[in-house]
Design a protein around this ligand. Sequence first.
Ligand code: ATP
Ligand code: MG
Ligand code: FE
Length: 343
Amino acid sequence: MVLGIESSCDETAVALVTSDRRILAQRIASQEEEHAPYGGVVPEIAARAHAQRLAPMLEAVLGDAGLSLDAVDAIAATAGPGLIGGVMVGLVSGKALAMASGKPLIAVNHLEGHALSPRLADETLGFPYLLLLVSGGHCQILSVEGVGTYRRLATTIDDALGEAFDKTAKILGLGYPGGPKVERLAMEGDPKSVPLPRPLKGSKEPHFSFAGLKSAVLRAHESGDHSDADIAASFQQAAVDCLIDRLEKALGQAGPHPALVVAGGVAANQVIRSALEALASRHQMQFVAPPLQLCTDNAAMIAWAGCERLIQTPDFAGDPLDLKARPRWPLDPDAEAVRGAGV
Ligand code: ATP
Ligand code: MG
Ligand code: FE
């Protein structure tokens, strides 16, 4: 059983997960209200909120499960990538607990948490699988070959898709966080009504680009020729078309994979899920999308990544307690740098 801690963005979260996929207890505190007035996450506010909430939350989760730290096999904490102040708060707490209890510390890459979370939800999902990781900070296609073995096939050369959803929401005056609000408004609009670009569609490498799409949304809004619902629906359709085109390209390059998996906050989007499901069925692939609460940031996925590490290496002695938080930490260190791309 692993205790997981997540604090890399605007969710403070703690969870207790067993190697046989049971989430014994978990708590998540979102900071949406604190950041809403600013239209995005403010790093200093996030770090302070994590620091205030984490200690009582750790106690509450152990209390919910009726367990003490003695019962835990290891402590897993997000060590990056993310907002450095928040990551440090969670990692320092993890180190303190590890030191106090004598249990190993497992430093988890937040993206690895997202990447492995579908295996927590679905025990039939084996390696390898093609993973679309779409969140507020990342938009990548990875071939997940095993625990710790991730081959990056594509990334974004500018914005992440969640970011494009959030910016579209801001342009349309919907507020933060934008993804769910754009999706709701899009239900009332016509996805074919506003001509918007499909950046990089048909290009040779399977990379993504969303900055041009966001600018086109801004122009469409300023033109006054379209309803907000039509813009939202057309934006969402353009995003779907880009995802499908790029995934087809990645599959063509990397070869067949038995399963297609989606993870990250944008995976909560139902229209995107259906399009991915259809793509998977065209290619005779199993399709796995974790339940919504496992898609957005949470600690169960961090604890589960710790469980996966322990299953792979049962005598794992723990990561060094002087390990540093990493604001940038690519899952695939061998991936070629792409101009303008994040990790
Ligand atoms: P990262 O994991 O890359 O550091 P993050 O922590 O911001 O980034 P998540 O919590 O995984 O990412 O996801 C949040 C993102 O998901 C936001 O950009 C949000 O707008 C987007 N999102 C959430 N729900 C939906 C939805 N229904 N449709 C589209 N986007 C959504
Ligand atoms: Mg978040
Ligand atoms: Fe995330």
